[in-house]
Design a protein around this ligand. Structure first.
Ligand SMILES: [Zn+2]
Length: 147
C-alpha cells in the first residue's frame, strides 16, 4: 500500500516534470520572439538619419538686449518660450515654419522666433550676449533643415 503510493507519487512527479519542461521552453521561446522585434525596431531608429534639406541662408545674430530687440526686449520669443543660446533662431515663418529643427555646425537649433528684418532665406541666431552677437556679424551659411 505504501509502496504503491510512493510509485504513484513518483509517476506524478515524472508527469509533472514532463509537463514542466515544454512549458519552460515555450516561455523562453516567447521571450525571444517578443524581444526580437523590439531589438530590430531600436536598430532601425538608431541607423535612420533624420531627413534634411540643405538651405543657404544669410545668418545674422541677436541677443535679448534693447539694441537687438527694442525698448521692450524681454527675451521671450514669438513662440512664447524664452530664447536660449545654441538653441533659438529667428526665421521667416513663411520660409521656415516655427518649430522647425535646423542643424548647423553640429548644433540643433529650433525656429522659435521671428523678426521684422528676418524675411526670406534669412535666419537670426540667438546669443546670450550682445558682444557674441556682434562677433558673429553677418554670414552666408548652409544649414540642414530637418523635414
Ligand atoms: Zn543685443
Amino acid at each position: 500500500m505504501v509502496k504503491a503510493l510512493s510509485i504513484g507519487l513518483c509517476l506524478l512527479s515524472v508527469i509533472s516534470v514532463a509537463f514542466m519542461q515544454p512549458r519552460e521552453i515555450s516561455v523562453v521561446e516567447m521571450t525571444v520572439a517578443e524581444g526580437n522585434p523590439a531589438i530590430v525596431a531600436t536598430d532601425i531608429t538608431e541607423v535612420t538619419e533624420p531627413k534634411t534639406k540643405t538651405m543657404t541662408v544669410v545668418a545674422t545674430a541677436y541677443c535679448a538686449c534693447s539694441k537687438c530687440c527694442g525698448e521692450w526686449a524681454d527675451g521671450i520669443t514669438a513662440s512664447g518660450v524664452k530664447a536660449r543660446a545654441n538653441h533659438t533662431i529667428a526665421v521667416d515663418r513663411n520660409v521656415i515654419p516655427l518649430g522647425t529643427r535646423i542643424l548647423y555646425n553640429g548644433i540643433e537649433y529650433v525656429a522659435e522666433d521671428t523678426g521684422g528684418a528676418i524675411k526670406g532665406n534669412r535666419i537670426d541666431i540667438y546669443f546670450d550676449s550682445h558682444s557674441e552677437a556682434l562677433n558673429w556679424g553677418r554670414r552666408t551659411i548652409e544649414i540642414e533643415v530637418i523635414v
